[in-house]
Design a protein around this ligand. Structure first.
Ligand code: ZN
Length: 123
């Protein structure tokens, strides 16, 4: 077997691998790193339903609008970050909760203004 010179550390040796740094003789760096990241990306795909998104949507329909808004936003963040199903439910929950909170708020302000006018008019 002929004497090889390691292209990584310069050590001379006569086997297939450098005894000093372990680099394979005469072999270019492999693409295994690239392949393993592609495999990881495929494994990350998540098809689980997000419980918070569904709970947020259901609660928004039942009128628990502030709790529903919080759960839907947290659920949507989890889906954006980790994947999974239920993004439509999360967005619907946020919209329904926001609309009902706004409506409740508007009715409250309206009632307050009406009562002010009523008091001013001496009713
Ligand atoms: Zn070496």
């Amino acid at each position: 077997m002929k004497i090889m010179k390691c292209s990584n550390c310069g050590m001379e040796f006569n086997s297939n691998y450098c005894p000093n740094c372990g680099k394979a003789a005469g072999v270019e760096p492999s693409q295994t790193a690239e392949q393993s990241t592609a495999t990881k990306a495929a494994n990350v795909k998540n098809n689980e339903w997000n419980g918070l998104a569904i709970a947020g949507f259901v609660l928004s329909l039942l009128g628990f609008n502030i709790v529903a808004l919080v759960l839907s936003i947290v659920g949507l963040c989890q889906i954006k970050k980790n994947g999974g199903q239920g993004q439509g439910f999360a967005i619907a929950g946020i919209v329904v909760a926001a609309v009902t909170i706004f409506t409740t708020f508007a009715i409250g302000i309206g009632a307050f203004i009406v009562s002010l006018f009523a008091a001013a008019a001496g009713l």
